[in-house]
Ligand binder design. Sequence first.
Ligand SMILES: *[C@@H]1O[C@H](CO)[C@@H](O)[C@H](O)[C@H]1NC(C)=O
Length: 403
Amino acid sequence: MTIALSSLSLFVATSEQVAASRRRTYVNWGKGMTEEEYLARDAFTDKHENAQNGRLITWVLAPRDNPTSVEAFVSSCETFRREGLVWQQSSLKDSPRNETGYGIASVFTPSSLRGNGYARHMMRLLHWVISDEKFLPKDFPEAWGTPPSRVARAGDGWFSALWSDVGPEFYKRCGPTFDQEGWVVRDAVSTIWDVPHESPNSDDEAAPGWTWLDEAEVLALWEKDADHIASNLNLPDNFQASFVFLPNKGVAAFQHRRNQHFLDQLVPRNEHWGIKAEPSTSEALPSTFATWTLDARGPGPKTLLITRVGSRPEDFGKLFEQVAKAARRQGMEKIEIYNLPEYLQSVVGLGMTSPRDEHLSAFKWYGEEKPSQVAWLLNERFVFCNSDDLFADNLRCYRYCWC
Ligand SMILES: *[C@@H]1O[C@H](CO)[C@@H](O)[C@H](O)[C@H]1NC(C)=O
């Protein structure tokens, strides 16, 4: 039985509903893990800065007259509140400004309830609780009943992003009103290399002048990176506004913490999440560095995913050699990087650059500017969240029967 959309609304999940929504998603997304392991992974990432202090919220689309029931909600999703920076042509002199952005994860409707437009409606309502109040459209669509209640720990959003596994159109149709767009895909491009075979005299050591980075060291690097971004990025020519998510506060670290279960099974144990060239002073952000996570869960090729990169073109080849060493040591078959900056494209060697058909990076800008006037800076892997699917082999089913 289809429930009228106007009798549903968006609510912050109770802790029982959070647990129920995770058990529901396990059915489709838990491949390679027991339910216990799957729930333990969320419990593990819940403890980190990325999710703490109310930054992670699970939302449910539920009947207005039964909002806390663990059975009656029809769809769920998660939002991660994140620090970002914003540049606007209209107020360039005091930029950048520190503003809030959201990463959106785990958009889900159980298979028995799909085909009723619930996920779409949940996503349309989501804008009304995460966007900064001053950007909300004047009128809430009458056909949807009354607007969802805003809560203190959400809101203030200038932008939000998700990574679609259901193509570019679905989320675009999820705007805050009937005639406004939702999330639009931007620069969903990857460069992928085969991990080069070992040359006879190579070993696992970093070359002189290079240092592997362990967990504590990548966290420190992302802190410096955040400050560096704040003082060095800008509004690109031909755009009216730009935004960036910052890599610190657990955002970039989420990329490997999320995979911990699979990473624990790697032999040898992986201890490095990045490499840097020694900077001239110990305080400065190294001018050449890369950080990564490993995707070892299959069924696709085992891949080292570069999460952040900083390099001049002339240093990139050398940097890549070090990254390839790390990939080889862990038995990775591919190296992938999202949206490799144009100035590094010329030195990619044998890498293949092409549009992705999964994890399509898409954003919604809440300010006045049109999406085409807005630049997403550092649209790299470090900001990724699994928005609607963990496994590419579920893709076909989702394309046809999901929404
Ligand atoms: C804004 O964020 C950047 C990057 O984290 C930081 O360096 C700066 O101090 C922040 N500014 C304010 C006013 O909080």
